[in-house]
Design a protein around this ligand. Structure first.
Ligand SMILES: *Cc1c(COP(=O)(O)O)cnc(C)c1O
Length: 356
């Protein structure tokens, strides 16, 4: 039976990327030794680092006054690193889920935090709109895609103050206007690689404006100056990211990625909306094209465990919803093929036919 991987992260990677990673573990760049064993100061590796940054710049059309760095520690480490580097007195945060809430908690260690709006009262099923952005804040932090709740800010909006975005779960799913942001960051393990590497895209002029003394590793300038090689970078995750970005480029780049992703999301959402047994949990206008959350409709609540078992028997992996939402969540990241989404939809249809 074919496995269809809908895990939320770490998640499915493109098949050719896996093949190339296996090869590189055995023999990297014709050196006779594997990528897990090479020196990160070897010329072959330096080329991978340069190409990886170049692929980021090319795919996202990153302007010259931005730098891209690759770090360890996951997006969660950035929650405090961002505040340490950028929060002088006050920062603004949009609270659209638990990841945003965790970022808020860390920012509070460095100064005042104003929560401009929160959708917590409705279990984060929508993206708040029409809030005021305090002009005296150093930045507004947003989470563009709320992995757990399946909501997404799909447009790069104009913000009167610097915009900082956690794009962990929708980076490279569509073209973005990087110039609208001061800083963009995320863990690679959803759309650009395996767990273990974090990307940070920073406009250079925003740094060096806070008074506090920063530990060397926390100061973004350290990693910019040393091109992410101040200390040993996460070599293998970066290699897999390099291969993943090459795969995205070969597919046609982010416009094409977005076309494919929209088609997959549309396929599943229309089944959720058509099938009387299922109901989507996110407000329609704010639906994510990456993480699709749904539950059994009120009259079929008792069928939840049955559907889970049925889906499992047909090869569906990772469709259990996050414990704070319940029900189901299918993550349709870049590497999730259309045929997997079709298999899930077929599964929902068959379940309907067998149960109604
Ligand atoms: C997964 C995720 C995180 C946490 O990433 P780690 O790399 O595990 O720290 C943060 N924000 C969002 C939106 C996520 O989806």
């Amino acid at each position: 039976m074919k496995a269809h991987n809908f895990n939320a992260g770490p998640c499915v990677l493109p098949k050719p990327v896996i093949e190339s990673a296996i090869e590189a573990i055995k023999n990297f760049d014709n050196t006779g030794i594997g990528v897990l064993e090479i020196s990160h100061r070897s010329p072959g590796w330096e080329r991978i680092m340069e190409e990886t940054e170049a692929l980021w710049r090319e795919l996202l059309q990153i302007p010259d006054n931005y730098r891209v760095i690759f770090l360890g520690g996951g997006a969660s480490t950035q929650f405090y690193t961002i505040a340490a580097n950028l929060l002088g007195k006050k920062a603004a945060y949009l609270q659209t889920g638990v990841w945003a809430k965790k970022a808020i908690k860390e920012a509070k260690l460095y100064g005042e935090v104003e929560i401009v709006a929160s959708s917590e009262e409705k279990n984060y099923t929508y993206i708040p709109k029409g809030y005021n952005v305090p002009l005296d804040a150093d930045y507004l932090h947003i989470t563009t895609n709320n992995t757990i709740y399946g909501t997404e800010i799909k447009e790069d909006f104009d913000c009167p103050i610097m915009l900082v975005a956690d794009m962990s779960s929708d980076i490279m799913s569509r073209p973005i206007d990087v110039a609208k942001y001061g800083l963009i960051y995320g863990g690679a393990q959803k759309n650009v690689g395996p767990a273990g590497v974090t990307f940070v895209i920073i406009r250079e002029d925003i740094l060096g404006k806070v008074d506090r003394t920063l530990p060397t590793m926390v100061d973004y300038r350290t990693h910019i100056k040393e091109s992410s090689m101040f200390n040993t970078p996460p070599v293998f995750p970066i290699f897999v990211m390099h291969e993943t970005l090459k795969w995205i480029k070969e597919l046609g780049g982010l416009k094409e990625m977005n076309r494919i992703n929209s088609e997959k999301a549309e396929l599943l959402y229309s089944e959720i909306d058509r099938n009387p047994m299922f109901t989507g949990t996110a407000e329609k206008a704010d639906r994510s094209i990456m993480n699709i959350c749904f539950v059994m409709s009120e009259s079929y609540k008792e069928k939840e465990a049955d559907f889970m078992a049925f889906a499992k028997s047909r090869g569906m992996i990772g469709i259990k919803g996050h414990r704070s939402v319940g029900g189901f969540r299918a993550s349709l990241y870049n590497a999730c093929p259309l045929e997997s989404v079709q298999a899930l939809v077929d599964c929902m249809r068959t379940f309907e036919q067998e149960n109604i």
